[in-house]
Ligand binder design. Structure first.
Ligand SMILES: Cc1cc2nc3c(=O)[nH]c(=O)nc-3n(C[C@H](O)[C@H](O)[C@H](O)COP(=O)(O)OP(=O)(O)OC[C@H]3O[C@@H](n4cnc5c(N)ncnc54)[C@H](O)[C@@H]3O)c2cc1C
Length: 405
């Protein structure tokens, strides 16, 4: 594994530095126009940058302390799908403002009866002239209350097999008939929502790609992975790391309880192993290899590691941890543990640790639960028999009922 990036005088580095000299505090729009928000995207939205070029741009932006606009669903999911399957008109209308962060996006996929088994979704979109009439309910929609648009998957052919007959839409979140109800989380925050659709009239021009081809599109963006050198924190890249916890422990006082000492060592070992897996994946990408099912192994380990780190922080603080929340923080980090910067000191008494403990319960659910990830590892890495859902077209609940007792 060799991660020596091209030297300081590499022309691609010089180009970014010259641009930064001309734009010392670039806006989201300036970054988007330069192609620096998603450099791996096709032109004109990105620079068609290969993995090394992406790392160079990341490196130069980070040295200049320039942050990209925060719009994870827009830039990570909606944008690549629209760039791949959208019409020219859709690309021109949505991509520039999505990249610049001017329009925040949300993802309207999960439903009360369709999470892991997403293809079981029941929200209907029925064609009526130049519009689709949408009825149904979505749930766990992060940021819906702030979003200008959502990517929506809905059933357009109820008679087709469940993975067919689903279509992919861009949904303006201010259409009449859309009701957004925030869900209060155990952290006290309200980052996700229930979204109800009652006779919502969605213009037919908001269909992305072909009618009934939404399932394929919903999977397109999974392959659209940006390479990155940074680890980020244990809360899906936000918040703190195991090393921050070790530093906080050292700064406080010696840990005398042998069991707790062992756990400190364990999270440090997990951190080191995850770092090695990350470097191995990065090394493969730099050699032009595509990510495989090992991404599921890393997600499994990283999510459980996040929970171990946060649980240990809570246990080290003791009962008083329960009396604090990030709302109490007076250093600008109030609101969400994931927003706590990933560098710099944070003593064990900082409420971000406890808030992080509360949030960390979500890690093994969102983006594919721990059980689903294990199924993927079992089937695709270990070659075990398929999940009943895949082989027999059952839902997971049906397959459980069908098991011999
Ligand atoms: C913080 C957070 C943010 C989210 N944001 C969004 C968002 O913005 N947009 C959106 O659409 N969704 C979002 N989600 C929803 C997320 O994608 C779903 O929670 C996830 O897919 C799991 O679905 P579910 O909650 O319906 O659980 P279910 O699928 O009902 O699972 C329930 C239990 O059954 C187990 N299970 C299910 N299937 C299998 C199987 N085949 N084998 C073994 N065990 C199984 C699961 O592991 C779990 O323990 C978010 C979730 C979280 C936690």
């Amino acid at each position: 594994m060799d991660f020596l990036l091209p030297a300081d005088d590499d022309p691609r580095r010089v180009e970014v530095r010259e641009w930064l000299a001309a734009h010392p505090a670039p806006s989201g729009r300036e970054l988007a126009d330069a192609g620096y928000v998603a450099p791996h995207w096709p032109r004109p939205w990105g620079l068609e940058a290969d993995p090394v070029h992406q790392l160079i741009i990341d490196d130069e932006l980070s040295k200049a302390k320039v942050r990209r606009p925060a719009n994870p669903i827009g830039i990570g999911w909606a944008g690549p799908t629209i760039a791949f399957a959208g019409t020219d008109e859709q690309q021109r209308r949505y991509l520039p403002r999505l990249l610049s962060g001017e329009d925040f996006w949300c993802q309207l996929f999960s439903e009360p009866g369709a999470g892991s088994d997403l293809a079981a979704l029941g929200t209907r979109a029925v064609r009526d002239g130049d519009e689709f009439v949408v009825n149904g309910q979505k749930i766990w929609t992060s940021g819906a209350q702030y979003a200008k648009y959502g990517i929506l998957i809905a059933r357009t052919d109820p008679d087709a097999p469940k993975h067919k007959g689903i279509s992919y839409f861009v949904c303006p979140m201010d259409l009449p008939g859309i009701e957004i109800r925030p869900i209060v989380e155990m952290t006290g925050g309200t980052t996700f929502n229930e979204v109800f659709f009652t006779d919502v009239r969605l213009p037919a021009e908001n269909l992305v790609g072909d009618l009934h081809d939404g399932w394929r599109l919903a999977k397109v963006t999974l392959g659209n992975e940006r390479v990155s050198l940074s680890t980020g924190g244990v809360l899906w890249g936000g918040g703190r790391t195991a090393l921050d916890l070790v530093e906080a422990v050292k700064a406080r006082s010696p840990v005398t309880d042998p069991h707790l000492r062992q756990r400190v060592a364990e999270v440090y070992i997990e951190h080191t192993l995850l770092d090695l897996i990350r470097l191995r994946t990065l090394s493969a990408r730099l050699k032009g290899q595509q990510p495989g099912p090992e991404a599921s192994i890393r997600k499994l380990l990283a999510d459980e590691h996040g929970q171990h780190v946060m649980l240990l922080a809570r246990d080290l603080v003791g009962a008083s941890a329960m009396l604090t929340r990030t709302d109490d923080a007076d250093d600008g980090t109030a609101g969400s543990s994931r927003l706590v910067p990933t560098t710099g000191g944070m003593g064990l008494d900082h409420p971000g640790w406890y808030d992080g403990f509360m949030f960390s319960q979500a890690l093994t659910i969102g983006g594919g639960t721990w059980a689903v990830q294990r199924n993927i590892v079992g089937e695709r890495v270990l070659g075990l028999p398929h999940d009943a859902d895949v082989t027999q077209g059952m839902t997971w609940a049906e397959s459980q009922r069908a098991l011999p007792r």
